[in-house]
Design a protein around this ligand. Structure first.
Ligand SMILES: Nc1ncnc2c1ncn2[C@@H]1O[C@H](COP(=O)(O)OP(=O)(O)O)[C@@H](O)[C@H]1O
Ligand SMILES: [Mg+2]
Length: 383
């Protein structure tokens, strides 16, 4: 038997990418913008964020705390609490029959009908939101009956037992109280509840963050297995990008309220283009495979209230040059021959139009900030 390595994870990711068709989107977030605060001076927390989730795909969304990941999840599901305000954009959901609906335009009734059935969300920290005084079975069954009033109590409890089994928990746990379950089991209960109405899209906000690494791994494997079995699509949100190589087909990296890189998981992992993606990858240990030197990212993310023009990452970037302080990079499809056409990056180093407009030779920069050489070196050292 061979020991699983980073390369197994990488080939799994390549295989997964091949299985997903980019031309069949189930969710398209287009130019979504969110402000916090209604006064004259609101903070622009999301600025024109666009993301596409393919049917059957697992899209990982990663970035440091405070970059806007949860805001994106709340806004896309219309669950954004005040003082958050969606100021622009579209969230197009495509049903199995091809009908497209803009979630942002639904009236309350249509939204209630769509929620949990089209798209379900597992909130950040949700496993701590189970009511401590009610048994698990009651809480799942109540949830089912709230959305399907026609279902009897008996049917709702039977379905609850089925859902628990689906996430690997024995149905007799229906009689347990939340405190009698481990953190991992409580998180599985939340996933079971989200799957109650057989949703087409499951958004999971930091589903493994509060768990130890063994439990993290089990939950990630469980989600991957359920996705294959039930065929839903997933947006998996995490601050730990290394976790995503285990599960994601694509990875979108967020920084200061914008997507700064969006590519197939393997491309992000092995050939990140944005210096921030590369730095983020070097901030977390991989779940499996050889040890890797962790470097962290110097400095801290910018204050969104004070963000001016230029690249928001420039003050922390080892490769920043003059234009980075004045020109705001846009998320452009790179023109490197042979690239995946969906691959995009918001970095002036990779925007030939900007470099041309500067009327000078591009500064000496890494065209591709590649980790592969670094990893190959380390693997050689380990073997
Ligand atoms: N209720 C709120 N009022 C004002 N600002 C908020 C509120 N909630 C979040 N923010 C700000 O929005 C930004 C994004 O937050 P969030 O979406 O929670 O980030 P993440 O999930 O990536 O950690 C942060 O800078 C945070 O300070
Ligand atoms: Mg969050």
């Amino acid at each position: 038997m061979t020991t699983p390595t980073q390369f197994d994870a990488a080939s799994d990711a390549a295989e997964r990418s091949r299985l997903v068709s980019a031309s069949d989107p189930v969710l398209e977030i287009k130019n979504l913008s969110v402000d916090y605060g209604y006064d004259d001076d609101p903070v622009h927390v999301l600025r024109q964020v666009s993301l596409t989730l393919g049917r059957g795909e697992v899209l990982g969304l990663a970035g440091e705390s405070g970059c806007g990941k949860s805001t994106l999840a709340y806004a896309a599901t219309r669950l954004l609490p005040p003082p958050g305000l969606i100021t622009g954009g579209e969230v197009l959901f495509t049903d199995r029959d091809g009908t497209k609906t803009d979630i942002l335009k639904l009236d309350d009734r249509a939204l209630r009908a769509s929620r949990w059935q089209d798209m379900a969300i597992v909130f950040q920290g949700a496993m701590n939101s189970l009511n401590p005084v009610f048994r698990i079975g009651r809480q799942i069954a109540d949830g089912i009956q709230a959305h399907r009033p026609g279902i009897s109590r008996k049917e709702a409890l039977e379905r609850s037992a089925e859902l628990l089994e689906l996430v690997g928990i024995a149905p007799d746990r229906l009689r347990s109280y939340p405190h009698q379950l481990s953190g991992g089991m409580r998180q599985r209960v939340m996933i079971a509840m989200a799957l109650a109405l057989d949703p087409q899209v499951l958004i999971m906000d930091e589903p493994t963050t509060a768990l130890d690494v063994v439990m993290q791994r089990q939950i990630v494997e469980q989600i991957a297995e359920l996705r294959t079995r039930l065929g839903f699509s997933v947006i998996f949100i995490t601050h730990d990008v290394s976790l995503l190589i285990e599960i994601a087909d694509r990875i979108a990296i967020m920084y200061a309220g914008e997507i700064i890189e969006d590519a197939a998981a393997l491309d992000v992992y092995q050939r990140p283009r944005h210096p921030y993606s590369s730095a983020l990858l070097h901030s977390f240990p991989p779940l499996r495979g050889p040890r890797r030197e962790l470097t962290g990212i110097p400095g801290s993310p910018p204050d969104l209230a004070k963000l001016g023009g230029g690249c928001p990452f420039r003050d922390r970037c080892a490769f920043a040059f003059d234009a980075c302080s004045t020109v705001t990079p846009e998320l452009v499809r790179p023109v490197v021959a042979g690239d995946d056409p969906r691959r995009a990056v918001a970095c002036l180093h990779h925007d030939p139009a900007v470099v041309r407009a500067m009327g000078q030779e591009p500064p000496a920069i890494p065209v591709e900030i590649s980790r592969s050489a670094h990893d190959a070196e380390r693997n050689a050292a380990v073997v």
